[in-house]
Write a protein that binds this ligand. Structure first.
Ligand code: PMP
Length: 424
């Protein structure tokens, strides 16, 4: 089918709110590491897909999947070494108390399970969430995602969800980590006064949908203390940031110096194969083991575990965390001067290969430059570079490439972005 035929068929056969990227959608037929190729053979530099973490169609991942698919693919009801090897390898990447794994097939499924674990352990339901957060596409996860329930088509928040401001160092509504964390303490006080006990707190360790933000140092530490003192558990949604993306650490919560009670993993851990995982403490796992069986048909299947193990092997063997730190530092050093050079660029932030460039119309009012951001993304697409926008105002350029992204790619990206910005 040619691109026009696909587009017409999509309109007929697939729900309209399953959206396409770019004014002129890209018809991609092949991927290789940090590159995508369209139907004409044109190569695009992938600057924002974090799912193919170790690279699109990385040969070791493809081989692992193919090899295991030829031998066996079944569920966790039989003895097989793959799920236990994968669980042990995954747990070994996490701090000591996090030792018990559950496998599912998506980030949403993993967050759903994390909520069940937290509720089983605390026997409470009320949850504290960061504003502008997104945690997944199920009914309950829309209920805890302000980005969705406050957005178009949203129905507002349910009474058991308590939203606190997302610390945004650039927009600066709140000046310090302690003040930001105080908002959580105040929310806990209000909950106590109204008789609601806290089940837990969930946050991305670097809020991504909220605008590729880095939390202020000490923020999660202070919040976790408040939440735990009130009897709640702390959930880290690492769906976007796991496996060395931020360069300095393997998981983004480590950058904040905290140890969560429950860690939620998705996207990059399967490199495009649908894998989600939840890792928790023995104590919380024991509370969840309450007589009701937990079973996910596809979670922890033999092939997924082979893929998950291969992804961990490649991340380690190719030293991708150190690579992200080196390339990310270079890319940030090329992007930071844009704040001086382009009147549109208000802020450049990030760590490793998790980077945001916030566009504003006015440096004082910080009026979001959303149409300009969309313009930049579409012009970059025409230049053969794929990125997207994020943030509650849709004005943050989201830069989160597959980890093999090189220094040369970073240079091409930075100079193309500079010339596109100059033309806006
Ligand atoms: N958590 C976060 C932080 C996410 O960004 C996403 C997906 N964008 C999810 C959870 C849900 O993952 P999935 O789409 O795999 O269900």
């Amino acid at each position: 089918m040619n691109s026009d035929e696909i587009l017409a068929a999509r309109r007929r056969a697939i729900g309209r709110n399953v959206s396409l990227g770019y004014h002129r959608p890209v018809h991609i037929v092949r991927g290789a590491m940090q590159y995508l190729f369209d139907e004409t053979g044109r190569r695009y530099l992938d600057g924002y897909n974090n799912v193919p973490h170790v690279g699109h169609c990385h040969p070791r991942i493809v081989d692992a999947a193919e090899h295991q698919m030829r031998a066996l693919n079944t569920n966790t009801r039989y003895l097989h070494e793959n799920p236990v090897r994968y669980a042990e390898r995954l747990a070994a990447t996490l701090p000591a108390p996090l030792r018990v794994c559950y496998f599912v097939s998506s980030g949403s499924e993993a967050n759903e399970l994390a909520l069940r674990l937290a509720r089983a352990h605390t026997r409470r339901r009320d949850l504290i969430v960061l504003d502008a957060a997104y945690h997944g596409n199920t009914t309950t996860l829309i209920d805890i995602s302000p980005y969705k329930f406050n957005g178009p088509g949203g129905a507002g928040k349910p009474p058991w969800v308590h939203v606190v401001p997302v610390p945004d160092v650039y927009r600066g509504q709140t000046p310090s980590a302690a003040t930001d964390a105080d908002a959580v303490a105040r929310t806990l006080d209000q909950m106590r006064a109204s008789g609601a006990g806290v089940c837990g707190f969930i946050a991305e360790s670097c809020p991504s949908v909220a605008g590729q933000l880095m939390l202020p140092p000490g923020y999660l530490d202070a919040v976790y203390r408040h939440v735990r003192a009130a009897g709640g558990v702390c959930i880290a949604d690492e769906v976007q940031t796991a496996y060395g993306r931020i360069g300095t650490h393997f998981y983004a919560f480590e950058e904040q110096g905290v140890v969560p009670d429950i860690v939620v993993l998705g996207k990059p851990i399967g490199n495009g194969h649908p894998i989600g995982a939840v890792v928790t403490t023995a104590e919380i796992a024991a509370s969840f083991d309450n007589g009701m069986e937990f079973f996910s048909t596809f979670g922890g299947n033999t092939v997924s575990c082979a893929v998950g193990l291969a992804v961990l092997d490649v991340v380690e063997d190719e030293k991708l965390q150190a690579h992200a730190q080196q390339v990310g530092a270079h890319l940030l050093s090329r992007l930071r001067p844009l704040v001086e050079e382009s009147p549109l660029v208000g802020d450049v932030r990030g760590s490793g290969l998790f980077i945001g460039v916030e566009l504003v119309r006015d440096r004082k009012t910080l009026e979001p430059a959303a149409t300009e951001a969309s313009d930049v993304v579409n012009r970059l697409r025409d230049e053969g570079i794929l990125i997207g926008t994020d943030g509650p105002h849709h004005n943050v350029l989201k830069i989160r490439p597959p980890m093999p992204f090189t220094i040369d790619d970073a240079d091409v990206f930075a100079s193309t972005l500079a010339s596109v910005l100059a033309g806006i």
